[in-house]
Design a binder for this molecule. Structure first.
Ligand code: CTP
Length: 216
């Protein structure tokens, strides 16, 4: 099968030397891409800047901004059967990028931010993607309720939810503890290395895809 995985942070430029980024390491998405490839699938990994090596047997498309990631996904989503959105995409970006480095002068500086494209959120509505759609939800409160709201709003088949307020898991960690939120049930997975967890997630996603294909 053809599988799309997005991973890593995005960088939204402010001027030629500065950007708005986030603490995503990209590890979870890279491990998921690697696990799909080990299962024999054709994987395209669309990734923001990370310090990770590209997994063996994975096609790689590097991007920087939410806009570039959106364009890459728009180009390739049409031939995918499964899409997993693990990237930590900026929700807002500077309304304009300064051509020259912004010099300090006043005591305060206000940046105007505008909404970045919601890549996962437009997969069904804009691109008519009919395959198995999986998103992530990084939450600090009301984990299940917020994940369920995202599942419905972004028309996903599964949301992989993690509580980023818990120390030692999620961002910048080698371990993660997630809850799988499906339309009709939830499943809590135990704390595991991102490597082992990726294998379990891929199994769950492939099973979901088989169930979905059988009913369509
Ligand atoms: N996502 C995306 N494009 C964006 C923002 C998010 O594709 N511009 C995807 C992420 O890859 C993830 C999911 O949407 O799979 C959830 O992202 P999150 O930022 O947690 O959700 P939001 O809808 O932006 O909600 P909020 O930030 O308000 O919690």
């Amino acid at each position: 099968m053809n599988i799309l995985v997005t991973a890593g942070p995005t960088r939204e430029p402010i001027d030629p030397v500065r950007f708005i980024g986030n603490r995503s390491s990209g590890k979870m998405g890279y491990e998921i891409a690697a696990a799909f490839a080990r299962e024999g699938h054709t994987v395209l990994l669309v990734s923001g800047p990370t310090s990770l090596d590209v997994p063996d047997g994975v096609d790689f498309l590097p991007v920087e901004t939410a806009g570039e990631m959106h364009e890459a996904v728009s180009t390739h989503i049409g031939r995918m059967q499964v899409a997993v959105f693990a990237a930590a995409v900026a929700d807002y970006m500077p309304s304009k990028v300064a051509k020259e480095k912004i010099k300090k002068s006043a005591e305060a500086l206000t940046l105007e931010l505008v909404r970045a494209p919601d890549i996962l959120g437009t997969c069904r509505s804009k691109h008519g993607f009919a395959g198995t759609l999986v998103g992530f939800a990084a939450e600090t409160e009301n984990l299940i309720a917020n994940a369920r709201e995202k599942l419905t709003r972004k028309q996903c088949d599964l949301i992989i939810a993690n509580d980023v307020s818990k120390p030692g898991i999620g961002f910048e960690s080698d371990q993660n503890e997630v809850t799988l939120v499906y339309p009709d049930r939830i499943e809590q997975l135990p704390l595991a290395s991102k490597h082992d967890l990726a294998h379990q997630l891929v199994r769950a996603i492939l099973m979901l895809h088989t169930e979905k294909s059988a009913t369509h």
